[in-house]
Design a protein around this ligand. Structure first.
Ligand SMILES: Cc1cc2nc3c(=O)[nH]c(=O)nc-3n(C[C@H](O)[C@H](O)[C@H](O)COP(=O)(O)OP(=O)(O)OC[C@H]3O[C@@H](n4cnc5c(N)ncnc54)[C@H](O)[C@@H]3O)c2cc1C
Length: 396
């Protein structure tokens, strides 16, 4: 006989765990998280920069902007309350020349429209006082930016969920999903409502349930280097190219005191190819999808791809790009650190989808495109997902 549960969450990353915690807080029924890995945090939620983004580069009015600003406030409050390691150091975006100064002004406008508190532009003197080794004629300071330990954050959210009665089945992969039933590697589960939070595989779970087969996740790997010999105290970012949903390379002093540079944004030939390996089946599926080529042939995409392929293939190119952000006073050493993979959604026109996507179906809800700043947004977004789940469940 199949095990029965009111709500099954596919994926125990930060989104799935935050949604499970929220459903349990609302006493909505029994909640079970089904996670294919033997431990939490093996994918994006444990492999990101750990930055609580303040929301400066979000499109005003978008779901992501609202979730980011509110999520950042809640995440900082949660980490303080739970003792999750966090550095509340603020974020700085550097402008090294006039074109980049315009990007700062645009970010200031966008951030203010999104409700990000305390933004201001620093001149070179103030920048030098805060970050003596950062290179820039000006910088945008966002004082609410912070860095957390992403795995400890996830574990604390999951611990609260467990405390509220949520069950976790680790090492259990969902192999097939249909309305009312999940077929897992450990046997079938009868489900009142399925919440798909499967990150890099969320489009596949959705497709199995007949939801948005027109959308695909295209994986973009972000590689990091650990940097020694630089006196960067908080977080410094290069001015981003606002045509893309990715921030540029940045330097982040983590809660463990290590300085990380990255991440890059390189097309990955496998959804979990952290070591740059080519997954023949997944690469074949990606390359044979017509919209992939529409995405890949845009001039802007080619520019981004070339810049990032250079920094992925050559340590010297990565170092050059990173050193352009700083005035190093001594020798700088780099060594490869972790990599993470972004679950970037692409639509039927071959466009990179920018906003968070929440799809409702009969007896299932699907979180697609939980890209950065998904960790920041997670606690606020979980509220929105729980609202959608409970409304849909009530309507059945
Ligand atoms: C390089 C990089 C840097 C980033 N930096 C930041 C940052 O600084 N700040 C920020 O706010 N956000 C950042 N993000 C974004 C953030 O990490 C994600 O938005 C967030 O982690 C998404 O959480 P998730 O739960 O959707 O995904 P995941 O953490 O990937 O969780 C999905 C889970 O589903 C499981 N799963 C998948 N398929 C199945 C299946 N069939 N059966 C059972 N389980 C399954 C997986 O094993 C996984 O554990 C970054 C992302 C990347 C990749």
């Amino acid at each position: 006989m199949a095990f029965m549960v009111d709500f099954a969450i596919v994926g125990g990353g930060i989104i799935g765990s935050a949604v499970a915690r929220e459903l349990a807080r609302r006493k909505a029924g029994s909640v079970l998280v089904v996670e294919k890995e033997p431990a939490l945090g093996r994918h994006a939620s444990g492999r990101n920069s750990g930055v609580i983004h303040s929301g400066i580069n979000q499109k005003p009015g978008s779901l992501k902007a609202r979730m980011c600003v509110e999520g950042a406030r809640r995440a900082r409050e949660f980490c303080r309350r739970r003792g999750v390691p966090m550095r509340e150091c603020g974020t700085m975006v550097l402008a090294r020349e006039e074109g980049e100064r315009k990007v700062l002004e645009r970010l200031l406008e966008m951030g203010t429209a999104c409700g990000v508190p305390g933004l201001r532009i620093l001149d070179s003197r103030e920048l030098a006082e805060r970050e003596p080794e950062a290179r820039g004629a000006a910088a945008l300071l966002s004082p609410t930016g912070a860095v957390v330990d992403p795995v400890r954050f996830l574990e604390a959210v999951a611990e609260e969920a467990r405390g509220l009665g949520v069950g976790y089945r680790l090492g259990t992969a969902v192999l097939r999903a249909e309305k009312g039933r999940l077929w897992t590697s450990e046997g079938p589960i009868d489900v009142g409502h399925t919440v798909n939070c499967a990150g890099l595989h969320a489009d596949r779970i959705a497709r199995m349930m007949g939801v948005r087969p027109d959308l695909r996740i295209i994986p973009f790997r972000g590689e990091y280097m650990e940097v020694e010999g630089l006196d960067i105290r908080g977080m410094v970012y290069e001015a981003p190219d606002l045509r893309f949903p990715f921030l540029g390379i940045h330097l982040t002093r983590g809660t463990d005191g290590r300085l990380l540079a990255g991440p890059s944004a390189v097309l990955s030939f496998g959804r979990e190819s952290y070591e740059k390996q080519i997954h023949i089946k997944e690469a074949g599926e990606m390359l044979s999808w017509g919209q992939f080529w529409r995405m890949a042939s845009s001039t802007a995409f080619l520019g981004l791809a070339w810049k990032n392929a250079r920094t992925s293939l050559s340590r010297r190119a990565f170092e050059e790009e990173m050193l352009a952000l700083v005035r190093a006073s001594g020798p700088v050493r780099l060594k490869p650190a972790r990599a993470g993979i972004r679950a970037q959604l692409v639509d039927a026109a071959g466009r990179l989808v920018d906003d968070l996507v929440l799809e409702r179906a009969e007896r299932s809800t699907h979180v697609l495109n939980a890209v950065s700043p998904g960790m920041t947004a997670s606690l606020a977004f979980a509220d929105a997902v729980a609202d959608a789940v409970l409304e849909t469940a009530k309507a059945v």
